[in-house]
Write a protein of this length. Sequence first.
Length: 252
Amino acid sequence: MQEGLDWIQWKYGRRYWLFKKKRSKNSSQKGDRDAKEGLVIAKSNNNIGYLICLNCETDFVAKNDDFSKLANYFIELALDSNSDSLEDFLKLKYQDSELTISEKITEQSGVIGEKIEISYFDKILSEKVVAYNHPGNQIASLVGLTMDAEDIGKQVAMQVAAMNPIALDQDSVSQDVIDREIEVGKELAIQEGKPLEMAEKIAKGRLNKFFKETTLVNQAFIRDNKKSVGQFLKESDPDLMVTSFKRYSLSI
C-alpha cells in the first residue's frame, strides 16, 4: 500500500514539474506580446504617495479579483518599503516567500497565461500627498501639497485626472515644448495670411492661451470654470500650493 502511495506522489510530482517547465517556457514567449490592459492605482500615506500601473493583455484578466488583489498588494508594498524606483521595488520579496516581486510577476504570467508587467511606477514626497483613483482604475493621479488639505487636494487630483496638464505652471514647461508651440503658432498665423513680421507676436500671444489650457495652476477649475486652479487654491488658503503631481492613464 505504501509503495503504491509513493508511486502516485512521484507520478504527480513529476507531472507538476513538467507542467512548471512548460509554463515557464510559455511565459518567456509572451515577451513580445502587448500588455495594454490592466489597473492603474494611486495611494498615499500622509507625506508620500505612489502611482503604479499593473498591465495584462485582456480586459477579462484586468477585472479578475486575483489580479486586483495583486495590484493592490503592490501599491501597499511600495508604501511600506518606500522604494525609490521600479528597479528597487522589483527586488523586494513577495510576502513571506522566497520569490522577488519580479519573479512573482513572471510566475503569475505563467499561471494566468498572459503577459503581466508593471509599466509605470512613480512616487511623490511632499508635506501632504493626496491620491485619486478614477472609477474603473484606468486613470489615477497624485498631488503634493504644501500643507495638510485632504479635501482640497482631492479636488485638485481630480482636476489632474480629468484635464491632464503637462506641467505645474508656465515656468515648469520645457523650453523644447515652448519653442515647438511658437513655431506652430507662427506657421498657423502665416497660413491665415498674417504678415511674417507679425507672426511671432501672434504666436507668443497664443502661447499664453496654451499655458492656460495645459498648465495645472492656470487651467480653469473643473468645478467652477470662472476661476483658475491657482485662484481656487489661494481662496482656500493663501499659503496652500501644489508642489508636484503625477498622472497615468491606460488610454492612449
